[in-house]
Design a protein around this ligand. Sequence first.
Ligand code: IPM
Ligand code: MN
Length: 351
Amino acid sequence: MGWRIGVIGGDGIGPEVVEQGLRVLRHLDARERLGLEEVPFDLGAERYLRTGDTLPDADFERLRDEVDAIYLGALGDPRVPSNVHAKDILLGLRFRLDLYVNFRPITLLDARRCPLKDKGPADVDMVVFRENTEGLYTGVGGQFKRGTPDEVAIEAELNTRKGVERIIRAAFDHAEERGAPSVCMADKANAMRHGHDLWQRVFREVAAEHPSIRAFHLYVDVLAMEMVRAPERFDVVVTNNLFGDIVTDLGAQLQGGIGLAASANLHPGQGPGLYEPVHGSAPDLVGKGTANPLAALLTAGWMLEHHGRADLNQEIHDAVRGCLLADEVTPELGGTLGTTEVTDRVIARLG
Ligand code: IPM
Ligand code: MN
């Protein structure tokens, strides 16, 4: 097929875990002749500290026009306390590439890693469709009388008909394609009467076009409770940007921790997706060789799936499951192996 991957290692352990994901991709490329090409991008705290650049137009345009997928490690560096570069790069790519789907699977691979009593892989198996281009993330709002006793700070939640409809449609389309029995929409319409009324109306409309899928609604506080009480209720969950951010961290713990959570930022049918492990840059682990690469590996698997190779994603998931079950993992997950060794074991299982 032939495709180019724009690589942004980023900060902290980002470059270390992305390198492991690339090793897995190179292995599969050699075996399957995928025609992968890696295109490195120097974006992150180092460059920002050196030049003041965060996401210059030239880099943005190359990412937009010259690659088929973007593979990002992590952003965040103690030397940049404002985190301005991370915001410009990560949120900048999400917004400027209009990657309106934040696809966040919550898949328990090893029952022992689930913090819930008596729940196993059959129970924790869902995917969250998090709206990724509006909501409370646009920066719309302002400050007034800042620093005075009378100060006011407004953070406006943006909900557009187009934005709400396309994420809800993406969730139902995914459910149709995967044969998922249900789609749950979560909002807070009982308190947020304008924007979330829009979500409710659009959800009912789109659900009516998919009669074979069971559509149900929960307020987001109830969703949080139910994900812990009865995660087996959920197959596909669709929600707004901020709620999706929060419930996918909760979901990350259900599947064994943030070190196992993968994600993809997508605009179906258009341009490159942005693939990133959900975890951060973990500055304290840099250079120790013990960062857990598994989320980055699973993320690479989703990149392959979204490029037509669901079979290879399944293989990566099976190999990662094999390592987890055999305790061939980094110290963070209770093992004794290093970053590279864990990847070696995954690659060995891929054959
Ligand atoms: C995530 C992160 C980001 C978000 C932060 C770093 C802005 O938490 O990808 O989940 O809130 O989207
Ligand atoms: Mn988050």
